[in-house]
Design a protein around this ligand. Structure first.
Ligand SMILES: Nc1ncnc2c1ncn2[C@@H]1O[C@H](COP(=O)(O)OP(=O)(O)OP(=O)(O)O)[C@@H](O)[C@H]1O
Ligand SMILES: [Mg+2]
Length: 482
């Protein structure tokens, strides 16, 4: 899946490496070769200069006047130079005052040749030190040194010495094959290094890319291992943070979806039961021929189940209002004792009918709240407690202050709450005693409403069992100090 415009890290690295390596190697080589060439030339000049000085000194002694040299000296010099010729790497000549060769270390063929036109010879004949470099036909650099031979203050000839040295061009030509091998080795090492480096650098990126692909394919649990450079680590950490976030959001969405589905099926289930009962009763009545006793019973069922439907609709509406309107409750200063008294009073017909007593104990601090909603909380708790408490039993509402909080507990003498039911009590439609006859119980919305109201008041509600039997529901609200 690689388009032609995209190149791998390896290719890019290789290109960068080669450019840097080749330019720096070429630059450095050129610089040092140039230096070497200059150094060799200076050394050669020193040597040729020494040679011509020695020759000039000897010849000066042999000068006979009138432009002649002692033949004995000339012959001796010629013999010595020609004998040493093959062993010394320079050519030494002695020229007369006109620049014509009298002696030549390279052989007698050179004797008689005229050099008077050359610039270095003219300089030497004028009494100065003459030097010149020329490139020979074989691309070598030749150095020429001309030293004047002075006798009694006049220039009587020139000691002329020359030799060749290497140039960069000849050096490169000589070492051509060896250079090629070195360059190949160099490129090979560069390739190997690049490969290693590319692997090392791209490993964390490959890991990341694998992770990202798996993630995109739907596996939201994959995480990258932060490794490599600071930058790749940062990317891996950012990827992981993003992964956590996405995983959380997806989980929440799934949970929400699940809750909605369950809620809808719960609601329809709750609606179906009373509707079936009403329909059954109505059909039986329609068929006629029903004894008067039964007729009354069927009508009562219809009324009771209709009430149940009405309550269900009200409860659902209440829940939806409270949960949808967080922070919009009209909050006033409220004394929980007053709330408890009102709730107990309004439920008196019910509790009396069930034969249970309700007592209120203690005082709590003032809280901020919506008194109607809070009365609904206490009412729902009292309704449950009175339903669970056997005839003749007692319910106690205890108010107190507990470091910064006002607490209200409803204690009953019922069977208590099974351990496994505790975590679900405040869920919608949850009933601990599933087998219980629906007609005596509610839809399981009471505690869900309690929970929603308490949350809207920034408080908490907990349920537990009392050591000597019965259950306790404790409401905690932030106290305001008066
Ligand atoms: N004081 C209590 N003692 C024992 N169990 C309780 C008590 N209060 C509540 N429960 C259990 O918790 C369940 C949920 O209570 P909740 O008030 O939400 O629903 P409900 O009373 O069944 O119906 P609704 O309140 O909607 O009429 C009850 O069905 C009951 O099993
Ligand atoms: Mg209830």
């Amino acid at each position: 899946m690689r388009s032609p415009g995209r190149t791998r890290i390896r290719t890019r690295l290789l290109a960068a490496f080669l450019i840097v390596a080749v330019t720096s190697a070429a630059g450095l080589s050129a610089y040092f070769l140039k230096e070497l060439e200059g150094f060799a030339l200076r050394k050669l000049e020193e040597r040729l200069h020494t040679e011509s000085l020695i020759v000039a000194e000897i010849v000066s002694e042999a000068y006979m006047g009138d432009g002649r040299l002692s033949s004995a000296e000339t012959d001796g010099l010629t013999t010595a130079l020609q004998a040493a010729g093959p062993d010394i790497f320079s050519r030494v000549r002695v020229l007369d005052a006109q620049g014509v060769a009298l002696v030549d270390s390279a052989g007698d063929d050179g004797v008689g040749e005229a050099y008077g036109e050359l610039s270095e010879i003219q300089t030497a004949l004028a009494g100065d030190y003459g030097a010149a470099t020329r490139v020979t036909a074989s691309d070598r650099v030749a150095l020429y040194i001309a030293e004047p031979i002075i006798h009694d203050g006049t220039v009587v000839g020139v000691a002329y010495s020359s030799s060749t040295t290497f140039s960069i061009v000849t050096l490169l030509q000589t070492y051509r094959t060896r250079l090629l091998v070195v360059v190949l080795l160099f490129v090979g090492v560069t390739f190997a290094l690049t490969e290693l480096l590319a692997r090392w650098l791209s490993a964390p990126l490959r890991d990341l890319s694998d992770g990202a692909q798996a993630f995109a394919a739907g596996d939201h649990s994959v995480r990258a291992t932060p490794m490599g450079s600071l930058e790749t680590r940062a990317v891996a950490e950012a990827f992981n943070a993003m992964g956590d976030e996405v995983e959380r959001v997806v989980r929440e969405l799934k949970d929400e979806e699940l809750r909605t589905t369950r809620f809808v099926s719960d609601v329809s289930h709750e609606l179906r039961t009373p509707l079936t009962a009403i329909r059954g009763a109505a059909e039986t009545l329609l068929e006629g021929d029903v004894p008067a006793d039964d007729e009354r019973r069927f009508l009562e069922t219809m009324v009771r189940e209709s009430d149940r439907l009405g309550r269900l609709a009200n409860d659902l509406l209440t829940l939806q209002r409270i949960e949808g309107a967080t922070g919009e409750l009209p909050l006033r200063r409220v004394r929980l004792r007053v709330i408890a008294e009102r709730a107990a009073e309004s439920l008196e017909p019910l509790t009396d009918g069930r034969g249970v007593s309700v007592t209120i104990a203690g005082e709590g601090p003032t809280v901020l709240g919506d008194s109607d909603r809070l009365q609904q909380v206490v009412g729902n708790l009292l309704d449950n407690a009175s339903r669970m408490t056997p005839k003749g039993g007692a319910i106690t509402i205890v108010l107190s202050r507990e470091n910064g909080f006002a607490t209200l507990s409803v204690l009953d003498e019922g069977p208590g709450i099974p351990e496994d039911a505790l975590p679900h009590l405040f869920d919608r439609f949850y009933r601990a005693q599933a087998s219980r006859d629906r007609s005596t119980g509610g839809a399981g919305l009471g505690l869900a409403i309690v929970h929603a109201i308490v949350q809207a008041h920034a408080g908490t509600i907990t349920a537990g069992n009392l050591p000597h039997g019965g259950s306790a529901f404790t409401l905690r609200l932030p106290a305001i100090d008066d």
